[in-house]
Design a protein around this ligand. Structure first.
Ligand SMILES: Nc1ncnc2c1ncn2[C@@H]1O[C@H](COP(=O)(O)OP(=O)(O)OP(=O)(O)O)[C@@H](O)[C@H]1O
Ligand SMILES: [Zn+2]
Length: 615
């Protein structure tokens, strides 16, 4: 008899030991049943072990699927760093089918890429480094540089993966990639049908597909010989998973690239502070086409100012297109002063506080400090602090009333329900059949439409005033990304409705994003990432009293550990979800080993860990 330690997929359980008459290869996908359960579970063979003291159950079935040693190593890292079971981390992978043979086919490319001398200079830098950051202005032509690099990697017989943060980007990118790579490229994300996925997995394994472009899950496919990972718009928070394991695909890409000696390119016009801090960068500060951009600041208390409406009207008259941006429907409300646009800051953490559930108190979710909503704004002493939120639907309606003869459409997660709708609306926009597109974050990144001459940015103050140490980074980078959609070829205008003109104007016109990154690094020293590690422990249970008690115990335990600091704890911003009461503890440490050790030592079935939390 042989004995194996197996990881149960989708389960938080530690690895368990099972037996089998057969010799089974490490990494093989098998089926087992858990004690007292009827249905079988999928599991992965982790290692062969000695006969244990206790009695083992049989492995029921040995399948033709398996994971590679590469996958096992990455999964092991995920379970240690993001604090979850091996079964949970293996669940994010698509496994190899042992019956499919890989054949290295010669690929013919359909199109030549000619880089400008500036782009070539950037590429030379990327070529000289195994891992590098392409810090390239919007419209600089990152995509062409990526494509040229991918071609070389594929020519050398290897595969490449190209990660994008937003599936709304995929149709246009798919077109651009297919022009060069034909049928050897496939798109991978959650909205791709099951049937299509099966086909892609098969063709990836038999060598027909050389390039996968898609969302973060594309990192976990059965690559035979990965030679290049590209993470486009690397600053984007959607690379962080919001369910267990709460990995960040960008950080994992860095880990994988270093560990397995794979080429990595991170790209962004607004790189994250973290990547900027740790990866060598090249700044490409020139757009491919001649462009000129002007910024107009509007300080208004209306939903949209008269001047802005006039700008839109003029843009329509000149046969050009407008995009109007609003931040995603926030999941907590923002409190700002209606006169000066400032929010109420926590006296201890220099971040804005958010509204607490009973609507009367403001709370800092870093340290838990709570206060009544002040009657007058603490900054200007006269303004009133109010809830501020307008949605895309409201603005769409307002614009339809204002411009009844023109075509106004909405572009957010409510309207873009599937890939077909996504494609239709982007095609219409590309064919000039839409005059104004009103959207959320989905609209901000990567889209390349040359007829857009006006970008209108509303509600950016909500982001700037978010209860997060990343608020400034998020607001400024988003603004630059949206501004980057206007005037990609020729002249473009950007209207920013804000009460914080000084901040935005400084970094847009007088200084640069590079200056911002340097300033921000200074601000974060000793307090926030990348100088400390920040983790969130989330407790949730239907038994509210019990989980609150547990919270107290865990906080006490964590506070007793020397090298870590409990920054704050309390109810989550959204306290109750699906009948579960939720609490969180925020901890930080300069010593990541110690932080991880303490996180692993908390034993509770109610917790999930959010390492490197983005909140
Ligand atoms: N070498 C090139 N040859 C032909 N066209 C190019 C070249 N480089 C860039 N372009 C064109 O310039 C425009 C901008 O390029 P691209 O979309 O790659 O910019 P980007 O750097 O990805 O911008 P963003 O950060 O805004 O997404 C596109 O229309 C692209 O086709
Ligand atoms: Zn605080």
């Amino acid at each position: 008899m042989n004995f194996y330690e197996v990881a149960i997929l989708k389960s938080p359980l530690e690895n368990l030991t099972y037996q089998s008459e057969n010799l089974i290869e490490i990494g093989t996908l098998v089926e087992v049943t858990l004690a007292n359960r009827k249905n079988s579970n999928q599991a992965i063979i982790i290692k062969k072990v000695e006969k244990p003291e206790f009695k083992c159950s049989d492995i029921l079935k040995i399948t033709d699927f398996c994971c590679s040693s590469f996958m096992l190593e990455v999964a092991d890292f995920i379970s240690k760093y993001y604090v979850c079971s091996m079964g949970q981390s293996l669940t994010i992978f698509q496994f190899f089918n042992k019956n499919i043979e890989y054949e290295n086919k010669i690929i013919e490319f359909k199109k030549e890429i000619n880089l400008s001398s500036f782009q070539q200079e950037a590429k030379d830098f990327l070529d000289s480094k195994k891992q590098a950051l392409l810090f390239a202005k919007t419209g600089a032509g990152k995509t062409e540089i990526y494509i040229k690099t991918i071609k070389e990697v594929i020519t050398n017989g290897k595969q490449a993966v190209f990660l994008m943060p937003e599936i709304s980007l995929t149709p246009q990118m798919q077109k651009r990639l297919e022009e060069v790579f034909g049928k050897t490229i496939a798109i991978w994300h959650s909205k791709v049908s099951v049937k299509k996925r099966r086909e892609i997995l098969e063709n990836l394994q038999n060598g027909e597909i050389k390039l996968i472009a898609g969302a973060r899950s594309a990192l976990f496919l059965p690559y035979k010989d990965l030679g290049l990972i590209i993470v486009d718009e690397e600053h984007d928070d959607s690379y962080k998973s919001d369910s267990t394991p709460r990995y960040n695909a960008k950080d994992l890409a860095i880990f994988i690239a270093k560990k397995f000696d794979i080429k990595l390119i991170l790209g962004s016009a607004t790189p994250s502070i973290n990547s900027f801090h740790k990866i060598p960068y090249f700044e490409l500060d020139r757009t491919f086409y001649e462009t000129k951009k002007s910024y107009i600041f509007e300080n208004t208390s209306q939903k949209i100012s008269q001047n802005t409406l006039l700008k839109i009207e003029n843009t329509i008259k000149s046969n050009h297109q407008t995009i109007v941006f609003l931040p995603t429907r926030a999941n907590f409300k923002h409190q700002i002063c209606f006169d000066c646009g400032k929010s109420v800051e926590c006296p201890f953490c220099s971040v804005s506080m958010s509204l607490h559930k009973n609507d009367l108190a403001l709370k800092c979710h870093y340290c838990g400090f709570t206060q009544k909503i002040p009657e007058f704004c603490p900054s200007c002493k006269t303004g009133i602090i109010k809830n501020h939120r307008v949605g895309t639907a409201e603005i769409e309606e307002l614009l339809k009333n204002e411009f009844p003869k023109n075509i106004i459409k909405r572009f957010d997660t409510d309207t873009i329900k599937n890939e077909r709708i996504l494609k239709t609306i982007l095609d219409e926009f590309n064919d000039n059949k839409i005059d104004v597109l009103v959207g959320t974050q989905m609209l901000s990144k990567g889209h390349d439409y040359h007829n857009v001459k006006l970008a209108v940015i509303l509600g950016i103050d909500c982001l700037l005033n978010m209860n997060s140490y990343k608020a400034r980074e998020k607001a400024l980078s988003l603004l630059i990304q949206i501004a980057g959609r206007s005037g990609r070829n020729g002249f473009g205008e950007v209207v920013i409705e804000t009460k914080n003109e000084e901040f935005f104007k400084h970094y847009l016109e007088e200084a640069s994003y590079l200056d911002f990154l340097k300033d921000e690094l200074e601000f974060r020293k000793d307090l926030y990432p990348p100088f400390v590690k920040l983790a969130r422990v989330i407790l949730s249970s239907t038994n509210g009293l019990k989980v609150k008690e547990e919270l107290g115990e865990i906080v006490k335990y964590l506070k007793s550990i020397n090298e870590i600091e409990v920054v704050g704890f309390g109810e989550c911003a959204i306290f109750k979800i699906a009948n579960k009461y939720r609490y969180e503890i925020l901890i930080r440490s300069k010593n990541s080993k110690e932080l991880l050790r303490s996180l692993h030592s908390i034993k509770s079935s109610h917790i999930s860990i959010d390492m490197d939390t983005i909140y």
